[in-house]
Design a protein around this ligand. Structure first.
Ligand code: PMP
Length: 408
C-alpha cells in the first residue's frame, strides 16, 4: 500500500528533501502544482540528451524518434482517460488553453446572440472569463448554478436553468478552492437530455481519481500535467471526435494545415488541426512519463490513501478552536480551505512558511466562491499521495502556533 511504502515512495521525489531555512519542507500546495518524481525528471533529461528534434516535419532519424515519442504520449493519455480514439486527445499548454480552445473553436462558431451558457459557482476563473468574453462578443447570457453552505452544487437548481436557449455547459469536476467533487455524470446526462454539450474542467480531478470519459459521456474534458507529477506548459483537451471535427481552429500556423495558398487554406485532420506551431515536445513526453508513474501507483490506491489524509486532516483542523473549514462537505478530494478567526490568510501563510509549510493563501482564482462565503481569502492545504499524517500534524501545530503569535 501507499502508507506502508511511503519511505520509498517519497524517495522518488528529490525535492521533498529540501529544507526551508532549517525546517524540512512540508509541501501542501499540490492543487497549484504537484512535484515531479525522478522518473519524470530522467525522462525529460533523456529526451533533451538523445531525442530532441522538431516533430512531424522531417525524414531524419531524430525527428522521427521525437515524433514517435510524442505520439506515444498521446496514446498514454488516451488510455489514461479511456478515450475511444487517440485523435480525441489534443495537446495544449494546459487547462486554461484547453478551455480557450473550446470557447474559440466551438463557442464562437455555435453560440449566438441570446443563447445561454451554464457555469457553476465553483468555477476557476479560467472556466469563467473565456465564457464571459464570448458572451460579451455574441450577446449571450451566462447562468450560474448556485452552491450550498457546504460547497455543494444545487443540482435541482441546475436542472431548472435549462431552456430552449441553453447551448453549452461548463462545469468543474472538482473545485480547486474547496475540493468538492461535483456529481458530473448526472449533470452531463441532464444536459444531454436537452441536447447541450458539456465541458468538464478536470484540472483538480485527473490527479486524484480514475477518469473514464466514455463512462462520463462528457463532450470535452481538460486538465494540466503540472498538477499530476508532470512538467508545466502542457495539458490536454479531450473532445468527442465529431465535435472536434465540427469546430473551427483556434490558432493558425504550421502543422494545423492540409494545404496553404493565398487563395485558400484547408485544415489538417484532428488532432493536428488544433496543434498549431511547435508544441512543447519535451513537456508532452514528460507528461507521458508522469502518466506511467501515476498508473504504476494506481489511481484507485491514490484516491483511497488521499481520502484517509483528508479525513484525518479535517478531524484535526476541526478540533482547533477559532478555525473554520470553508466548504466542509463529505464528497471531496484532499483539499482543505480554512480561515483562522481574526488572522488574515496572508499572515497565516507567511507564518506557516517559517515552519517550512507550503500552503496557498488568497482567492485561489475563484473570487465568486470567496464572495459566496463572505471571505476575502482563505488558506488552502492541498494534499498529494506523497504527503503523510506526520505532515498533517506539523500543519496543525503550525496553525496553533500562528494563533499563539497573534494572541500575544
Ligand atoms: N481549473 C482549475 C479547477 C484549476 O485548479 C486550475 C489551476 N489552478 C486551472 C483550471 C488552470 O490550470 P492551468 O493554470 O494549468 O491552465
Amino acid at each position: 500500500t501507499i502508507a506502508s511504502g511511503m519511505e520509498r515512495l517519497r524517495a522518488d521525489f528529490p525535492i521533498l528533501d529540501i529544507k526551508v531555512g532549517d525546517k524540512p519542507l512540508v509541501y501542501l500546495d499540490n492543487a497549484a502544482s504537484s512535484q515531479m518524481p525522478q522518473a519524470v525528471i530522467d525522462r525529460l533529461v533523456h529526451y533533451q540528451k538523445t531525442q530532441h528534434a522538431n516533430i512531424h516535419r522531417a525524414v531524419h532519424h531524430l525527428s522521427d524518434l521525437a515524433t514517435q515519442e510524442y505520439e506515444a504520449a498521446r496514446r498514454k493519455l488516451q488510455h489514461f482517460i479511456g478515450a475511444r480514439e487517440e485523435r480525441e486527445v489534443i495537446f495544449t499548454s494546459g487547462t486554461t488553453d484547453s478551455i480557450n480552445l473550446v470557447m474559440h473553436g466551438y463557442g464562437r462558431k455555435f453560440i449566438q446572440n441570446g443563447d445561454e451558457i451554464i457555469l457553476t459557482a465553483l468555477e476557476h476563473h479560467s472556466n469563467i472569463v473565456p465564457w464571459q468574453m464570448l458572451a460579451e462578443e455574441k450577446g449571450a447570457r451566462i447562468r450560474v448554478v448556485p452552491i450550498n453552505d457546504a460547497g455543494e452544487l444545487l443540482v435541482d437548481e441546475y436542472e431548472k436553468l435549462f431552456n430552449s436557449r441553453t447551448r453549452f455547459v461548463g462545469l468543474s469536476h472538482v473545485s480547486n478552492a474547496l475540493g468538492s467533487i461535483n456529481p458530473i455524470k448526472r449533470m452531463i446526462a441532464t444536459a444531454h437530455q436537452h441536447g447541450v454539450p458539456v465541458l468538464i474542467d478536470g484540472a483538480q480531478a485527473a490527479p486524484h481519481m480514475k477518469i473514464d470519459v466514455q463512462d462520463l459521456d462528457c463532450d470535452f474534458y481538460a486538465f494540466s500535467a503540472h498538477k499530476m507529477c508532470g512538467p508545466t506548459g502542457v495539458g490536454i483537451l479531450y473532445g468527442k471526435a465529431h465535435l472536434l471535427e465540427s469546430m473551427q481552429p483556434f490558432k493558425g500556423g504550421g502543422d494545423m494545415i492540409a494545404s496553404v495558398s493565398f487563395e485558400k487554406t484547408t485544415y489538417n485532420d484532428i488532432p493536428y488541426k488544433f496543434e498549431a506551431g511547435t508544441p512543447p515536445i519535451a513537456a508532452v513526453i514528460g507528461f507521458g512519463a508522469a502518466i506511467d508513474y501515476l498508473e504504476q501507483i494506481g489511481l484507485d490506491a491514490i484516491a483511497a490513501y488521499e481520502h484517509e489524509l483528508l479525513v484525518y486532516a479535517s478531524e484535526q483542523i476541526r478540533m482547533i478552536p477559532g478555525v473554520r473549514i470553508v466548504g466542509d462537505c463529505p464528497d471531496k478530494v484532499a483539499v482543505i480551505s480554512f480561515v483562522v478567526d481574526g488572522i488574515h490568510p496572508h499572515d497565516v501563510g507567511t507564518l506557516l512558511n517559517q515552519d517550512g509549510i507550503a500552503v496557498r493563501t488568497g482567492h485561489h482564482c475563484a473570487q465568486p466562491i470567496m464572495q459566496r462565503f463572505n471571505v476575502a481569502a482563505t488558506s488552502r492545504a492541498s494534499f498529494s499521495f506523497y504527503n503523510t499524517k506526520e505532515e498533517i500534524e506539523v500543519l496543525v501545530a503550525g496553525i496553533r502556533s500562528v494563533q499563539k503569535v497573534f494572541a500575544q
